[in-house]
Design a protein around this ligand. Structure first.
Ligand SMILES: C[S@@+](CC[C@H](N)C(=O)[O-])C[C@H]1O[C@@H](n2cnc3c(N)ncnc32)[C@H](O)[C@@H]1O
Length: 233
């Protein structure tokens, strides 16, 4: 069956075969945090999300030299951040936020991600919410932390997110995927879940210096697989 010319929105069983290689994908306007189909993708992926960190499931077949060491280094960075009142925005399963010290609140739009993050750290408050419209008062936190979220955002969503982070906290820490040789810095990627379903997700890969510049801050981590930066306002 031929792939549709335009991406179906919010249809998790859509046949996307071949779409990633067709011109249609690159012509799609970038969108992430406000995209219904992307939200459904993460809701569906929640139970297998940590396989990406752990190299399990379909991810086990990928060649990722130095990955485990880079994950350990990233976790050490997160654990080493000074204890603070932190909101982890788009916290996912809580794989990273479980290592944050201090009073930590998690927010994610996916109910399944939130459920997993709650069980990851007993007693921690994790809420369903929108990263671009956080249901918290101005200045409620010392720090906004976000992992593998900012790097997905096209410029319009970045602007909203940065303004929202600045509204709720005096500091922002962003962790993301490092730019890698041979990979385009931005693309619509075709993602395949364990059940064989195919999804399109907009993704950027960042240099540490580029990330620091985008948020107006300084580099915290520049590894083979991950970058991190911090800005204090
Ligand atoms: C790539 S995962 C990152 C999860 C985790 N922070 C990490 O570093 O592993 C992206 C997450 O962003 C969440 N997300 C996407 N758009 C969102 C929005 N508008 N508000 C809140 N969460 C959102 C998804 O549900 C998903 O859990």
């Amino acid at each position: 069956m031929r792939a549709p010319k335009v991406r179906p929105r919010g249809n998790r069983s859509a046949d996307l075969s071949g779409l990633a290689d067709s011109g249609a994908v690159t012509e799609l306007a970038p969108v992430f945090a406000t995209d219904e189909a992307t939200a459904l993708y993460y809701e569906q992926r929640a139970g297998e999300y940590d396989e990406w960190y752990r190299g399990e499931g379909l991810v086990a077949a990928r060649e990722r030299p130095g990955w485990d060491r880079a994950v350990e280094e990233l976790v050490a960075l997160v654990r080493g951040l000074p204890p603070a009142r932190t909101v982890d925005v788009a916290c996912g399963t809580g794989f990273l936020s479980g290592h944050l010290r201090g009073v930590v609140v998690g927010v994610d739009q996916s109910a399944s991600m939130v459920g997993l993050a709650r069980s990851c750290v007993t007693g921690r408050l994790v809420m369903v919410g929108d990263a671009l419209k956080l249901a918290v008062a101005d200045g409620s936190f010392d720090r906004v932390f976000t992992g593998h979220f900012f790097g997905h955002l096209p410029p319009a969503e970045q602007t909203v997110f940065l303004a929202e982070a600045r509204r709720v906290a005096g500091q922002l820490v962003v962790v993301d995927s490092a730019r890698r040789p041979g990979l385009p810095p931005e693309q619509w990627q075709e993602r395949v879940l364990n059940d064989g379903s195919r999804h399109l997700v907009y993704k950027r890969y960042l240099t540490a210096a580029g990330l620091a510049e985008e948020i107006g801050g300084q580099v915290l981590l520049d590894s083979e697989w991950f970058v991190a930066a911090l800005v204090s306002w």
